[in-house]
Design a protein around this ligand. Structure first.
Ligand code: ADP
Length: 666
């Protein structure tokens, strides 16, 4: 028995000593009565010296340590009480302990264990630091982001300002240039002496060069702003190339050069692409070839490289027997403002922009451009582009149109505010033999269109009172007219051209106006529109694209839970009230009886949604009501009421035809 007890006490002792956490027994006076080895190690004090000393003596904060002692004897236990041992490295510990009692329940003392939490604290500290760092890093990143954003905004604004500046500049330069070049052409058609013709040609040449320069600078700005856009229209490649070569005939003759065309007949007849940009690229290469060649020939070759079911890859080559380009300059000439020789501008003119733009135009369409050259022997510029194949007919080509006998008595409405341009336009249209009227702004144009029938509108964009965009929007949306409209643009920024399309213009032409091009465009559009309007075509169109129904009874079905009697009642009411409301609206408009008009519009509004009629009409009726309330804008009202009348008539006709009505009638 005695041996067993001895064994037990030794066993307990060894457990206590094995603990790596300091363990202390204290009596009710707070004096240390026992401890394990870990306590002697951590304090660096021997067992002998520790025994009988005050427990709190070994901690940095003695007051706090005393509280552990008070707490353990007060409550009978202590849990996770933080203290720091006064050792050389100031070990942070958490105290856990409880009192021990004799058999009668008297408290004899307490046993407390101190768990070393230095590591834990260190981890917590570094975690904390990491969090702070992360927060700081986020803050820095956010700051950098907002700086980058504001820098982007500034850059975007600068780019916009640059575009705006160029657009304004081009407008300012083009307007007088338009007049200079235009009237030079007019003068050239009059009786002149040889000297006068020579001088006028010189003026025209300088004007043309200036316009090319403006176009180049604008194109470059578009490329910089990533705003270069490409059309995808069907065109005849062979016609496009021949038309372009025609342009150089006089120049080639003047320089006593020869021009050869080598066109591969295997190239599909009609391809889809951007013929204007293609012209621009080839024009650049040919005009360089002509400019830098004094003897010999220029050859323009167009070859099919490959073809599949959908597309054709075509290579264009312009070779000359001119001055050539030094080898070390070959890599540079496609860069902005680069010329092979500092003498080039003086001897040949130019700015070094043409090839840079051509390269952009080719590469933006997925092609490549290159050059081979031998000094004093000549240069070969070539590029290749991919085009989609199509069965569609090509859009009307330059040089292809002759006055057709079926297009006679063309009446043009020219909308232009600047009087010198009006005069020029009159001269050009007179020359074409067209009948025409001139309107000084969009508002006047709309008024004229209401009283007179025109075949086509030539619309300037920037005008006071009502500009070209607003006028076109009105013609398309309010007057519901499909009349062909050509924008006459002084600004050729992409933004403007996009807007032209959006508002419903059919085409555009830049100032100074190329008469031949204008003529082609006018005839082309009128031809197209008259073709569309022949009775057979109209019939075909109707067959092909059945107009969408005006009414949609889904909403009514839903509201009436499909009850046919209720639905019939609603439809009958609509059929009964609508025509009389429309007629009351029309009559009150004539009499300017705004009150009745307002009441008619008000009564009409809810029925559109019920019959599922386009919400646009509801908006128009609301506008009519507003106009009537304000007793204003009589001209626009006429168009709006007409539009509402059309839709209501159509809706009534559809409703009468509706199967539901037929069924209910039975
Ligand atoms: P520009 O012709 O207005 O100077 P380009 O960008 O069209 O500008 O051409 C850049 C330069 O490349 C020209 O100045 C000229 O030195 C050289 N170059 C271009 N085409 C030819 C050519 N066919 N023959 C000789 N040099 C050429």
């Amino acid at each position: 028995m005695k041996e067993k007890k001895l064994f037990e006490s030794l066993y307990v002792r060894s457990l206590i000593e094995a603990s790596r956490d300091p363990l202390i027994a204290i009596n009710i006076n707070g004096k240390i009565t026992d401890m394990n080895k870990a306590m002697t190690i951590i304090t660096g004090v021997s067992r002998k010296k520790l025994t009988g000393t005050n427990f709190f003596k070994y901690f940095t904060d003695q007051k706090k340590a005393k509280k552990v002692y008070v707490q353990v004897f007060d409550k009978g236990f202590v849990i996770d009480y933080p203290l720091t041992i006064k050792d050389h490295k100031l070990t942070d510990v958490l105290f856990n302990g409880s009192v021990y009692k004799d058999e009668k329940g008297n408290v004899l003392g307490a046993v407390v264990v101190a768990r070393d939490i230095t590591e834990q604290n260190l981890i917590a500290k570094s975690l904390n630091e990491a969090i702070i760092f992360a927060e700081m890093a986020t803050e820095i990143a956010e700051e950098a982001k907002s700086k980058a954003e504001s820098a982007t905004k500034i850059a975007e604004e600068a780019m916009k300002a640059k575009q705006q500046f160029l657009s304004n500049m081009s407008h300012e330069i083009r307007t007088p240039m338009n007049a200079i070049i235009g009237f030079t052409k007019v003068l050239l058609k009059t009786d002149l002496t040889e000297k006068q013709i020579e001088y006028l040609h010189a003026i025209k040449l300088s004007g043309d060069a200036l316009i090319v320069l403006i176009n180049d600078i604008l194109d470059l700005a578009k490329v910089d702003a990533g705003k270069m856009t490409f059309e995808q229209i069907p065109f005849k490649m062979s016609l496009s190339i021949s038309a372009m070569l025609h342009l150089f005939e006089i120049k080639i003759q003047e320089k006593n050069l020869l021009l050869f065309k080598d066109y591969d007949e295997n190239i599909p007849d009609v391809l889809i692409g951007d013929p204007v940009r293609l012209h621009q690229i080839i024009l650049n290469l040919i005009s360089n070839a002509v400019k830098f060649t004094n003897h010999g020939k220029i050859t323009v070759s167009v070859h099919l490289i490959s073809e599949d079911d959908d597309s054709a890859s075509v290579e264009f080559t312009v070779s000359d027997t001119g001055i050539g380009i030094p080898r070390e300059k070959l890599g540079k000439i496609f860069e902005n403002f680069q010329q092979s020789n500092s003498e080039t501008t003086r001897l040949y003119g130019g700015t070094g922009l043409g090839l840079a733009i051509a390269k952009h135009l080719v590469e933006a369409q997925g092609g490549t451009i290159g050059v081979k050259s031998q000094l004093n022997e000549g240069s070969i510029f070539s590029f290749n582009l991919n085009f989609l194949k199509t069965d569609l007919k090509a859009e009307i080509e330059i040089d292809q149109i002759e006055i057709s006998s079926d297009i006679k008595n063309i009446k043009v409405l020219a909308v232009e505010d600047i009087s010198i341009n009006q005069l020029l336009m009159k001269t050009i249209l007179d020359d074409f033999g067209f009948d025409f009227d001139v309107a000084e702004n969009g508002k006047v144009a709309i008024e004229k269109m209401q009283s007179c029938k025109y075949d086509i509108v030539l619309m300037d964009l920037q005008m006071p009172i009502m500009n070209g965009f607003e006028a076109t929007e009105h013609i398309r949306k309010i007057m519901l007219s499909e009349i062909p409209i050509i924008a006459i643009t002084a600004d050729v920024t992409t933004i403007d051209l996009e807007r032209c399309k959006t508002v419903g213009m059919n085409d555009h032409i830049a100032k100074p106006i190329d008469e031949k091009l204008l003529y082609t465009k006018i005839i082309g559009l009128i031809k197209k529109s008259s073709e569309l309007n022949t009775p057979e075509k109209k019939q075909k169109q109707i067959k092909k694209v059945k107009p969408p129904p005006c009414i949609n009874l889904d909403y009514l079905t839903q509201r009436t839970k499909g009850n046919p009697v209720l639905m019939k009642e609603m439809i009958t009411l609509f059929l009964k009230q609508t025509p009389s409301l429309v007629s009351s609206m029309k009559k009150s408009m004539e009499k300017k009886d705004w009150k009745t008009m307002q009441a008619a519009a008000h009564k009409m509004i809810p029925s559109f949604a019920i019959m599922g009629i386009d919400p646009e009409i509801e908006k128009t009726v609301k506008q009519i009501k507003e106009f009537a309330t304000n007793k204003e804008n009589h001209k626009e009202l006429i168009e709006m009421v007409k539009k509402v009348e059309n839709v209501c008539t159509k809706a009534c006709a559809e409703l009468k035809k509706n199967t539901l009505m037929k069924e209910v009638k039975k």
